[in-house]
Design a protein around this ligand. Sequence first.
Ligand code: SF4
Ligand code: SF4
Length: 188
Amino acid sequence: MSRARDSIGTWIGWAFFADLASGLALTFSYMFSKSVTMQYPDKEKWLPYPRYRGHHFLKRDDEGEIKCVACELCARICPCDCIEVVPYEDEKGSRHPAKFEIDTARCLFCGLCEDACPADAIALGQQYEFASFSSRDLVIGRDDLLGKPGKAATGGGVVPARLNTEQDVLVAASEPQGYNWWQNIRRK
Ligand code: SF4
Ligand code: SF4
């Protein structure tokens, strides 16, 4: 009985183009809903969540010394072989990296280097604007990694932004506005 009812329902649906009507209704509802296209980089910029794995940065301890002890564990675990560490010992016998380079053009941003580090010296931050025309510019050295932005406490929102081509193509952003990105693309 229920199979016969289903089959009648299917035929009625075919006869009145119910599926087509429902598809068109969905299309039209999107036409009149708020646009989720971001005007990047001229007007808006997405701030990733703190868990986002962006550009690496090296950390310093409370005395301002580099935390890295040049154990090379990150270089060993890296699946892309894109970290190079050359250690040296200072006058107190502590190890530091004389050279610490990451080839971000080859990096997968898997975060294994951060997980493997026994000294909590390296992490992947929220910076994602580091495109370049030359792959040589994407090899980042120790001092540049020490100066890279760390993780922000918050994220996951859109902020007003402005492209600054005079300052090395930077995207300048101001304070978050509490714009809920996901609410606009996940419909109930
Ligand atoms: S994030 Fe992954 S691929 Fe990139 S340097 Fe670290 S371990 Fe290597
Ligand atoms: S960043 Fe961490 S894992 Fe890599 S060499 Fe330094 S201390 Fe070792």
